[in-house]
Write a protein that binds this ligand. Structure first.
Ligand code: RIB
Ligand code: CA
Length: 332
């Protein structure tokens, strides 16, 4: 049974690889659409980048809807120092020709929730949670129709990556995160504690390149670009690969282990703004509100990612699209 998903994202090379992994998994995931949010780079660029990724793999049919340009409050934070000026530095791709959809991100999410069975859609959140918070505020009557939210965000034992205590996606919009974490929805959180175990070592980068397809080389080029910052910062044998872990969780949750705990968001303190205070040892009486992942089978993750990208070839072969009457088409 394929799972219907909407990907909310701020591409970002790692978001782009996550989108490719989802589109390469048409046997398991039906990507209803992509909603973009300001994050790694400003909204016009995240919206451009999402379309470039769809075109890279021949999926111009995927609707891309632009969302929030800035956080609910506070200043807009970006991460060009990691992802480069365009957000997809490292590989040369054509400017997109597919158009942005006219419906806003939250309107698209509402439209899809109305036409699908309640609980059928999973929101995959790869960036700041501004769009999701805006949706929950604008359409409270549709909240119950969301199946679950699987997000990359937060940190606990791994502490922060954009400040000493905060992970970027949460730090970029803590108020939005607070709205989502207090929504009562079924939340699965993949924090830095997991993604910092998913290091893009030289042999894993080479495995992408050895796929031999344009997509394989592009993924290796992207990864090779954004890892320079993290290798220097962490002195590790490769940069952590964050967002594809969300898609991998949907494809094979047995790769991950976690626990159902309380996650609270610091929204006021200047010092710890955006911190995810995860009650991992259940020392408070705050009720659990999220399934937080704490460990991952690293080799299993990279085998899954590399194999799916290898099978993907150079684009979507319509035979693997699900829920579609589209005729078979040669891989583009
Ligand atoms: O902290 C890592 C997260 O922030 C990833 O989603 C990356 O793409 C950036 O959005
Ligand atoms: Ca992201």
């Amino acid at each position: 049974m394929t799972r219907k998903i909407i990907i909310d994202t701020d591409p970002g090379q790692d978001d782009a690889i996550a989108i490719l992994l989802a589109l390469a998994s048409g046997d398991a995931l039906d990507v209803l659409g992509i909603t973009t949010v300001a994050g790694n780079v400003p909204l016009p660029l995240t919206s451009r980048n999402a379309r470039m990724v769809c075109e890279l793999c021949g999926r111009e049919d995927i609707p891309v809807h632009a969302g929030a340009r800035r956080p609910i409050s506070g200043r807009t934070v970006t991460a060009e120092h990691v992802h480069g000026k365009t957000g997809l530095d490292g590989a040369k791709l054509d400017e997109p020709s597919m158009q942005l959809q006219s419906r806003l991100a939250i309107e698209f999410i509402a439209d899809q929730l109305r036409v699908h069975e309640a609980g059928e859609i999973t929101l995959c959140c790869l960036g700041p949670l501004t769009n999701i918070a805006a949706f929950l505020t604008e359409y409270p009557d549709l909240k119950a129709r969301i199946g679950r939210i699987v997000m990359m965000g937060g940190a606990y034992f791994e502490v922060g990556n954009i400040t000493p205590t905060a992970e970027f996606n949460i730090f970029a919009d803590p108020q939005a995160a607070e709205i989502v974490f207090s929504s009562g929805l079924d939340l699965v959180v993949v924090p830095l504690d997991v993604t910092h175990r998913l290091l893009l070592t030289p042999s894993r980068l080479q495995a992408f390149r050895d796929i031999g397809s344009r997509i394989g080389h592009t993924v290796a080029d992207w990864a090779g670009f954004f890892e320079r910052h993290d290798i220097e910062k962490y002195g590790s044998d490769g940069a952590p690969l964050h967002d594809p872990a969300v898609i991998a969780y949907l494809l094979d949750p047995t790769l991950f282990t976690g626990r159902y705990v309380n996650v609270a968001i610091e929204t006021d303190s200047e010092l710890t703004r955006g911190m995810t205070v995860i009650d991992w040892w259940k020392v408070t009486d705050r009720p659990p509100n999220a399934q937080v992942m704490g460990a991952v089978d690293t080799d299993g993750f990279f085998e899954l990612l590399t194999e799916r990208l290898r099978a993907f070839g150079d684009g979507a072969d319509r035979r693997y699209r699900t829920g579609s009457e589209m005729t078979c088409r040669q891989a583009v």
